[in-house]
Write a protein that binds this ligand. Structure first.
Ligand code: GDP
Ligand code: MN
Length: 371
């Protein structure tokens, strides 16, 4: 299901992404109280409105009223507008193209980025488009973000903000399980802030319950909450919740669990949260809320401390078995603390995987017939 621009922007705004202030206009009187200049935008389920006269920047209330009356009756590629959107005009310093979509065949996520913002992506030279394939389990990695922005002609300060916006957009894309999220243009305004000036969002039809559009828009609260804490969390349908640090460790562990017949309930890459005990605890709590049969922690630290991790684990324990593989500074202390609190702690990866699988089958036989 395709959302109209103003519906898509409402969803973005709700998720804390910056969009221009504005409103759906049903009577020209509403144009009186806005801050000028204002942009009047036809809400049709199709792009290219700019070129078809469906977008108009108005300096005064009179201009806006005139544009409103004209655009209301203007047919674009056969469509009359379902609504008219009026927004405070953004002062454009730079326009980018940005999109996220799902490639059904490879089951990978595709991020497209171009400095040729505002134009139809089909008409932009291939060399000017950066494409990044994202593993949906691992999520967008920092190095991938760094890669697409490496040679971009964007001020350093604005680059920092742009990374945050892209992280935010990726969070929305994941949490709402969107098929497409396209922002064209994504604009750097005169105040140096990134604003989504246009939005094209396609919801997954399988998630659109027959009668309820709202249900389809409801995010997986786990994924949204983990992204809110600054980490990539993925909710799946298996038994084992897996918490690691780094994409490599995550992939290796998922493969190993699968080869032993294990299934994953959730995966979280703690990334740089490994230095922050309290934040880690918040993430661990979210994982427990999914009621996995076993939680497996797999950590091989180079710099961070194992005891910070073990403190976070023992402080958030619940009635769910925990297996921890920990290597790095203070690993003995960490394992001792964990063992004292009834966790299975080991320094060997294979040992941790085998123990996890064992515990899952024990949980399954204990509760299997109760559903
Ligand atoms: P589309 O043509 O259907 O994709 O509609 P857009 O919302 O992308 O608008 C088309 C173009 O109008 C953009 O690429 C901008 O250049 C311009 N535009 C839209 N909103 C604003 C605005 O608030 N301020 C300015 N200066 N230009 C805008
Ligand atoms: Mn556009």
């Amino acid at each position: 299901m395709n959302l109209l621009e103003f519906e898509g922007k409402a969803l973005l705004r709700e998720s804390g992404i910056r969009v221009p202030p504005g409103q759906r206009v049903t009577s020209p009187d509403q144009l009186q109280t806005m801050h000028y200049p204002v942009v009047i935008k036809s809400q049709v389920p199709i792009g290219g409105r700019g070129k078809s006269g469906g977008i108009c920047v108005a300096e005064t209330v009179d201009d806006a009223k005139e544009a409103y009356e004209r655009i209301r009756k203007l047919r674009i590629k056969g469509y009359l507008p379902s609504a008219i959107l009026a927004e405070e005009a953004v002062q454009i310093r730079q326009e980018l193209y940005f999109s996220l979509s799902v490639d059904r065949r490879s089951k990978m996520e595709l991020l497209l980025f171009s400095e040729a913002g505002g134009m139809d992506i089909e008409k932009v030279d291939k060399e000017r488009i950066k494409a990044i394939s994202i593993d949906p389990i691992l999520g967008l990695q920092d190095y991938q973000l760094a890669l697409i922005l490496l040679h971009a002609t964007i001020e350093e300060k604005a680059k920092v903000g742009l990374k945050q916006v892209i992280r935010g957009l990726y969070g929305v894309f994941k949490a709402r399980k969107l098929e497409l999220l396209e922002i064209n243009p994504l604009v750097l305004d005169s105040a140096g802030e990134w604003v989504c000036v246009d939005s094209k969002i396609v919801l997954d039809d399988n998630l659109c319950h027959k009668n309820s559009q709202e249900a389809a828009k409801a995010p997986s609260s786990f994924e949204e909450a983990t992204h809110g804490l600054g980490v990539n969390g993925v909710e799946l349908e298996g038994d084992i919740a897996l918490i690691t640090s780094g994409a490599g460790a995550g992939l290796a562990t998922i493969d190993e669990l699968k080869s032993h017949g294990g299934t994953v309930r959730a995966f979280v890459d703690l990334g740089s949260l490994v230095y922050d005990r309290d934040k880690m605890m918040e993430v661990i709590e979210l994982v427990y809320d999914l009621k996995p049969k076993v939680v497996l922690f797999n950590f091989y630290f180079q710099v961070a401390r194992c005891d910070t991790l073990s403190e976070a684990i023992v402080n958030s324990l619940r009635d769910i078995p925990v297996v921890v593989r920990a290597r790095g500074k203070y690993e003995e202390e960490a394992r001792e603390m964990l063992a004292q609190h009834g966790c299975y702690a080991t320094r060997e990866f294979n040992d941790a995987v085998v123990k996890t699988i064992e515990m899952v089958s024990r949980e399954r036989t204990a509760y299997g017939n109760l559903g």
